[in-house]
Design a protein around this ligand. Structure first.
Ligand code: PEP
Length: 249
C-alpha cells in the first residue's frame, strides 16, 4: 500500500483568537479529499490548542509545535508530552530548524524528545534540514543523515513518525527547493532509512517537504515519487493552504 499524503500547517508564533477563528472557519468550509487520502494536521501555538480543537472539523487533526524532553515537573515555561496527551492533542512537531538554530536544540536533544513523545503516545513530525552553508559545502546528505541517525538511535518503532525535510534556506524565504532538489534529498533519506533501519521502515515512513511551499508550487513538488506531503509555514495561515491540501490528488 502506498504512503498516505500528509499536509501539516505550522502556524509558528502567530495569531490572535480572532485570527485563529478565521483560519479554522476557512478550513472547516474547505472541500478536500477524505482522510483516507490525506492526513491534515494544523499546529497552532500552545495557547490556542484547546480553541482549535473545539472548533476544527473532526477529519483534521492538531499538533503542538514542541514538547518537553521528559516527564513534566520543575521546568518553567515548558509543556510536557503528558499534558498534550491529556488535552487530546495527537501530534507534535519536534526539531524544527527555528528551535535548533535559535534555542540551540542539538541532534541528540531532538532525538531524546522524539523518543519521549512517542513513548507517551504522541505522533511526531520530526524535522531535519541543512543550512545554505552546509548545502554549498556539499554536506546536505551528511547533515540530514546525522539528524536522522540521532532519532534512529533512540527509537525502535517508526509507525508514528513523519520525517519533514526542511532545508533551512527555504524556510520563510520564498526560495522553494526545486522538485528535483527535494526529490534528491528525500530519496537519500529513504535510502538512509533502508540501509540503517529497515526496508520496511524506508518504504512506509512518510517524508514530507517544507520550505516556502505555496498553492502555486505544491502540485509539482507533490508529483515527486519520494515527496509524501508538506509541512507548510506561512501559507498555512492563508486560504491557499486548501490548495496545498488538494495537491494530494
Ligand atoms: C516551516 O516553518 O516549517 C516552513 C516550512 O515555513 P515556510 O512554509 O513559511 O517556509
Amino acid at each position: 500500500m502506498g504512503r498516505k499524503f500528509f499536509v501539516g500547517g505550522n502556524w509558528k508564533c502567530n495569531g490572535t483568537t480572532e485570527e485563529v477563528k478565521k483560519i479554522v472557519a476557512i478550513l472547516n468550509d474547505a472541500k478536500v479529499p477524505s482522510q483516507d487520502v490525506v492526513d491534515v494536521v494544523v499546529s497552532p501555538p500552545f495557547v490556542f490548542l484547546p480553541l482549535v480543537q473545539s472548533l476544527l472539523r473532526s477529519d483534521f487533526h492538531v499538533a503542538a509545535q514542541n514538547c518537553w524532553v521528559k516527564k513534566g515537573g520543575a521546568y518553567t515555561g515548558e509543556v510536557s508530552a503528558e499534558m498534550l496527551v491529556n488535552l487530546g492533542v495527537t501530534w507534535v512537531i519536534i526539531g524544527h530548524s527555528e528551535r535548533r538554530a535559535l534555542l540551540g536544540e542539538s541532534n541528540e536533544f531532538v532525538g531524546d524528545k522524539v523518543a519521549y513523545a512517542l513513548s507517551q503516545g504522541l505522533k511526531v513530525i520530526a524535522c531535519v534540514g541543512e543550512t545554505l552553508e552546509q548545502r554549498q559545502a556539499g554536506s546536505t546528505v551528511d547533515v540530514v543523515a546525522a539528524q536522522t541517525k540521532a532519532i534512529a538511535e533512540r527509537i525502535s518503532d517508526w509507525t508514528n513518525v513523519v520525517v519533514a525535510y526542511e532545508p533551512v534556506w527555504a524556510i520563510g524565504t520564498g526560495k522553494v527547493a526545486t522538485p528535483a532538489q527535494a526529490q534528491e534529498v528525500h530519496f537519500e533519506l529513504r535510502k538512509w532509512l533502508k540501509e540503517n533501519v529497515s526496508a520496511e521502515v524506508a518504504e512506509s515512513t512518510r517524508i514530507i517537504y517544507g520550505g516556502s511551499v505555496n498553492g502555486a508550487n505544491s502540485k509539482e513538488l507533490a508529483g515527486q515519487p519520494d515527496v509524501d506531503g508538506f509541512l507548510v509555514g506561512g501559507a498555512s495561515l492563508k486560504p491557499e493552504f486548501v490548495d496545498i491540501i488538494n495537491s494530494a490528488t
